[in-house]
Structures are given as C-alpha cells and as structure tokens.
Design a protein around this ligand. Structure first.
Ligand code: MN
Length: 206
C-alpha cells in the first residue's frame, strides 16, 4: 500500500484496472463557487491511493483525470457525492457519474442511528479507525504535510469495502432499487446546488 502524489493531473496508466473508483476531494471550504478545488483523491481498490493536487491559479487542465472521472463505464464511489460532484463539475467540467454514495446507502440502511459520517461508517462496518483531525486544515498551501496526505488518502481507502457491506445491507432491507434511483439523481442534485437551489427543496409543497 502506498500513497502517490501528483501535481495538476493523474499520470497515464497508474490505475491498474477498470474497477470502480473511490473518489474524494479537498477544497478551500464548503462554498463551491468561492472555495477552489485543491486535491482529488482516487483509489482503484487495489491498495494504493493517488492524490492529485491543484496549485493556486490552476487551469484544471487535467485530461487523464477528467477521462477517468467522466468515464460513463466506470462506477465512482463517494461519501457524500453531492458535494464532490459539484466541485468536480465546477472546476474540472466533468460529471463524475455513475455514482455509489456511501452516505446515502448508510441513511437508507442504518436507520437505527443518525451517525452517518465516514469515520462512523468505517468504525462500525469495518472495525477500522480513521482520523478526521486534518479535515478542516489549509489544503491550499504550497506543501501538503504528511498528516494531510495520510488523511486525504484515508478518505478513499475504505470506500470499496464500505460499498460492499452497504450494498449487502441495501439488498437485505429491500432498498437497492430506491438507493439506485437516489444515486442516479445525484448529478442533477449537484447541478441544482451549482445553479442556486442548494438549500431550497424543490420537492417541498411550500
Ligand atoms: Mn476528504
């Protein structure tokens, strides 16, 4: 297992298979139009993680990364895909679908709790511990610390295993089709966020 660090794009051919891809992003904050995309993390599930870092003023001209994210034949696994899809769409100009979102799968199956954070899922379902200490750190600096790199990589390290477990629970509870319908809607949900309907619920009566 190793963490590979890249600047501005993913090198060609570093993903060793065409399996589902675990994806996460780190940004300057939660306001997508204001807070630039700093890091995209990827794992193909074989044990290595790849971090692609974008410098201030980046043109986000990353053809290899855009090709894998935009590949309609490759499933992308996220935790809270809604945010990452919007950031990737806004800065890289691609919709990273089709999607499996572990947070939605957790909400649809783990109805006995309101703890749906990645750390909670990794602990309960996989018995592993990840640190969230670097979550709100400065991802825009010239050098990413060892702790930041480890944190960024750990955010994609467990998504394949979580998907396997959550897919089994969705099947057990008879909610696989409902989950799939929610995943299929996620690109539109991200586009609504970018277009200004972030907080409004367009399905609401009032
Ligand atoms: Mn993250």
């Amino acid at each position: 297992m190793a963490v590979h660090f890249h600047e501005e794009d993913l090198p060609a051919g570093v993903l060793v298979n065409d399996r589902p891809l675990a994806v996460d992003t780190e940004t300057m904050g939660l306001v997508t139009h204001r807070d630039r995309l700093c890091v995209v993390q990827l794992s193909d599930g074989t044990g290595d993680e790849h971090l692609v870092r974008f410098a201030p003023g980046s043109t986000y001209d990353a053809p290899n990364l855009k090709a894998v994210l935009g590949d309609p034949a490759r499933l992308k696994i996220f935790h809270f895909a809604r945010f990452d899809l919007a950031a990737i769409q806004h800065y890289l100009g691609v919709m990273a679908a089709p999607v499996f979102c572990t947070k939605i799968a957790s909400r649809l199956t783990r109805t006995y709790t309101d703890r749906h954070g990645l750390k909670n899922l990794v602990e309960e379902l996989l018995g592993e511990t990840i640190s969230k200490q670097q979550q709100s750190s400065d991802w825009g600096g010239p050098v990413l610390s060892e702790a930041q790199r480890d944190y960024a990589a750990s955010d994609v390290r467990y998504l394949h295993a979580l998907r396997d477990e959550l897919a089994a629970r969705l099947a057990r509870e008879g909610r696989s089709a409902l989950a799939q319908a929610c995943f299929d809607f996620l690109p539109a949900r991200a586009l609504l966020d970018l277009a200004g309907w972030g907080e409004a619920d367009i399905f609401s009566h009032v």
